[in-house]
Design a protein around this ligand. Sequence first.
Ligand SMILES: Cc1ncc(COP(=O)(O)O)c(C=O)c1O
Length: 385
Amino acid sequence: MVRPRHLDHAAWWPLRPEARAAWADALDLELGDPERRYAAGRRARDLLERATAATAAVVGVADQDLVWTSGGTEAIDLAVIGTARAAERRGDPRRHLVVSAVEHSAVLRAAERLRDEHGYALDVVGVDGSGTVDPDEVASRLRADTVAVHLQHANHEVGAVQPTDEVARACQRVGALLHVDACQSVGQMGLTLGHLGADLLSASAGKFGGPPGTGFLALGPRARLAPQLTGDERQRGRRSGAIDVAAVAAAAVALQAADRDLAVERSAREVARRHLRARWPEVVADVQLHGPLADAHPGIVAASALYVDGEALVTALDTAGFAVHSGSSCAATSGQPSHVLVAMGALTHGHVRVSVGPTTTIGDLDEFLDAYAEAVRTLRATVRG
Ligand SMILES: Cc1ncc(COP(=O)(O)O)c(C=O)c1O
């Protein structure tokens, strides 16, 4: 039996041991509703406040400016739609948005909803062959009626890191908000809202070793939100509904552990990433590597191969004991090629994304490459008949 290798950290990062322990401890506390004033409620409130303070400190915002959500997708939805609707409520006439073409589908779908259902103008900025936007191009799209720019920090499919600081300066010049989707970077690349110069930052705990289905939106002083879930006044009226306090406590502990170990984890992953990039084209012909070598996420490597199907490759690699990803999560259900690769003008055929973790070894990657080369050979032989 082959030892299974998890090479899909960009989709889900295995629960960190500290987070697992914190989660179990929290469940043992028999937490009540943090809004209740009796003992079980006070225990929950106390734990929630401590988790919020710890998390807010890591991303550099005040405790009251952290909004817990059901994950990255909801945090993004709140950032995109919540900021626009808050501006509308103030009587602000601005109705223009800018996004990049390689955003996660959560950003793209939310922005398209504002365009299609609320009459917003939407500018989608293209990227170069490495998946990176030109900050001058983004700046040139800004208008007097631009409400917000939504730009990811690191791309989830090819690892390109966007020039958010230059975009932030351009946004400040015209008074537009900048929301950074940092779901792939928080806990992995040491970001704070202040360093980014952003007004909002969205994060997903399942991507830094916390519980999946938990995330947050961090807010700077200029950000205003209209709630998307209504029904009560929790979280200062920004997001209604019960909070899973035990999961939030585990997420906070995961983020603290990730932040503590960041330098070591990042450099180990960077070594693995460079090794994989260097060797990948050596093991198979007709392969195109994606994403930049520098200014990149430390753990993501992606490549396409001619004459093979990505999903068939994923299945063959799974049989060989390697968990990798192909296409984008929206593409996986739609059967469409990855919109990120299409925007880059890259080869979409036989796309495989490997995302390494801190414990991924060079030996694991060499074994992966052997299995990959074998799978490509077999699949190409089938295609050629
Ligand atoms: C860049 C990016 N943004 C947002 C998300 C959505 O996060 P979640 O799965 O927590 O909803 C993902 C998940 O893959 C992502 O990679």
